[in-house]
Design a binder for this molecule. Structure first.
Ligand code: GLN
Length: 560
């Protein structure tokens, strides 16, 4: 790597992204966009999120409150920002890329119990901060030129202090030129005075400085561009170069953000701070420009209904939404997503309403609420030929609906929803397994599957061996395989030992496909996931009024 040949700077470089003033300013997207820009300069980039909450990982957190749990290949249950990272830098991350206060403390306490601290008093400084720094150092071992670390929360939060202290020390440990601090703030526009205000930024930087960190770059979020004179003011008051004051104005889509930040010079100032030679690393943004062009070029609208439990919090299905959009970019249509609450199906949201959709997705989920509504939606999709993609719980739903309606097993169910069902078509992997630790009983992370040649899924993937990420406890009960296949639902993919059914489909339907995995985590803006591509292609045909039995095999498989 050229970057590592700068003599003394043989270390991985670190960019720390902190936020001030307010939450939800888009720190994750800013960090991801920077990642994309640095990658477009030929640098190898990896990313990490430090989360100040006490949960050991987000696996047990309510998605309706905290958003989706993003699953990595190695089975890490991580913060949804890792999804943005993967989609923007196009690298698969691991559980190493997400650390919480809970994880840090549980490891420090385990060491203390083992006697590793040799009788010392265990304290936040140095023991907790050392544990944080150790995790950062481990990231240097993955061979990246630059590690971008986003610190969750805002400066001034009580829980964030050990993380800020650890990243402050990190510059001393790694060397000045190996660390860059980027601070994200808000520059509000006050209508009565007709002015943009810099005071919140000044206060936020003062707070950061009180913890010993002087930012190298300030990214200012605002709804209107920041004028040069305002930049001069922020530069003077916060003691950064003018070129280090970056205006991050609201963008029409998240995919525009890397371009906006590049034009503002974010990657240039970060490289300069880290001693990365810009001439040696010219930027090539052609691939991303093509993504942006596709984002804005489609005109035909396709209506996709997502029928789930947490729809009032669309972040609960963040990756599903992104995967739908990515497929839309590739098919060349604009996807209008309708988030529909499963509990309101089929009452308020009736068959007529659902028939007005071009495609339906039932995403993953846990628990009974809304389950029967999802079953009703699957039935309507099957009966009326509406393209349907079932993801994890959404596959279980289509299996149960088929069992009830076609196989005549009227009380068919998942043992998650009914322990007394006489037809447990979905059941625990090992029913005898004692479920005591809620965090430890899931099938998590990447698992291979073998697809049946000639099936819709095999044609879409363009392969018969695939790998997808999982996060579930219940499985298709293979006792029923033959009955389903005889009646027209094909088990089109299974684990290599054949025991676990991974994909089902109805070949006679325009598009009725389910997977026990979570394909949404592997979709990329320029490489949509084949199953989403298949759904959107079928949905676009329905929108145009054609019979959508059309998997355009060649185009589909060449996109992944
Ligand atoms: N609740 C179901 C299970 O545990 C589905 C989980 C999911 O959709 N991620 O198997």
């Amino acid at each position: 790597m050229r970057v590592r040949e700068h003599g003394a700077d043989s270390m991985t470089k670190f960019v720390f992204v902190t936020g001030g003033v307010s939450s939800s300013l888009g720190k994750g997207l800013t960090a991801s966009s920077l990642g994309r820009l640095l990658k477009s300069r030929g640098l190898k980039v990896t990313m990490c999120k430090l989360d100040p909450y006490i949960n050991v990982d987000p696996g047990t957190m309510n998605p309706g409150e905290h958003g989706e749990v993003f699953v990595t290949d190695d089975g890490g249950e991580t913060d949804l920002d890792l999804g943005h990272y993967e989609r923007f830098i196009d690298e698969s991350l691991s559980r190493m890329s997400n650390t919480t206060t809970g994880a840090i403390y549980s490891s420090v306490i385990a060491k203390e119990r083992r006697g590793d601290y040799l009788g010392k008093t265990v304290q936040v400084i140095p023991h907790v901060t050392d544990e944080i720094k150790e995790r950062l150092r481990r990231l240097s071992s993955v061979g990246a030129d630059v590690v971008i670390v986003e610190i969750g929360g805002t400066v001034g939060d009580i829980e964030i202090v050990p993380f800020i202290e650890a990243i402050r020390q990190y510059r001393r440990d790694a060397g000045r030129d190996n660390v860059c601090y980027v601070h994200l703030t808000l520059v509000p526009y006050l209508a009565p005075s007709g002015e943009q205000k810099t005071k919140p930024t000044q206060h936020s930087v003062t707070e950061l400085r009180s913890r010993g960190i002087q930012p190298d770059v300030i990214v200012c979020r605002s709804d209107q561009p920041i004028s040069d004179s305002l930049k001069r003011k922020i530069s003077l008051l916060c003691d950064v170069q003018i070129s280090a004051v970056i205006s991050a104005v609201d963008a029409p889509s998240i995919y525009d953000i890397p371009m906006t930040l590049h034009h503002e010079g974010l990657d240039t100032i970060v490289c300069q701070t880290l001693g990365i030679d810009l001439a040696e690393h010219p930027i090539d943004l052609r691939a991303w420009e093509e993504v942006v062009r596709r984002v804005h070029s489609s005109t035909q609208h396709v209506r996709i209904g997502v029928i789930g439990k947490y729809v009032t919090m669309p972040d609960a299905y963040l990756s599903v939404g992104e995967a739908i959009r990515h497929a839309g970019f590739a098919v060349g249509v604009k996807t209008d997503i309708e988030w529909l609450e499963a509990e309101r199906v089929p009452g308020e949201i009736d068959a007529d309403r659902l028939r007005g959709l071009d495609g339906i997705i039932v995403p993953g989920g846990f628990g009974e609420r809304g389950f029967e509504g999802m079953i009703a939606a699957a039935k309507i999709s099957r009966d009326f030929g509406i393209p349907y993609l079932g993801i994890c719980l959404g596959m279980q739903v289509m299996v149960i609906e088929f069992a009830r309606d076609v196989l005549g097993l009227s009380d068919a169910n998942s043992t998650e929803m009914s322990t007394t069902t006489s037809s447990p078509v979905i059941a625990l992997m090992a029913e005898q397994m004692e479920v005591t630790d809620m965090g430890g009983t899931m099938r998590l992370g990447a698992c291979p599957a073998m697809l049946k040649a000639g099936s819709v899924v095999a044609e879409l993937y363009g392969a018969t061996v695939v790998s997808e990420r999982h996060r579930h406890r219940y499985e298709f009960n293979s006792r029923y395989t033959e009955q389903f296949e005889d009646a027209g639902m094909m088990c089109s993919g299974a684990s290599p030992d054949g025991r676990l059914i991974e994909f089902v489909e109805i070949p006679e339907h325009p598009f009725f496909v389910g997977t026990q995995a979570h394909p949404e985590f592997k979709s990329r803006p320029d490489r949509p996931h084949p199953l989403f591509y298949g759904l959107i292609k079928a949905a676009a045909a329905r929108a145009e009024g054609r019979t959508p039995h059309i998997i355009d095999v060649e185009t589909a498989s060449s996109t992944h």
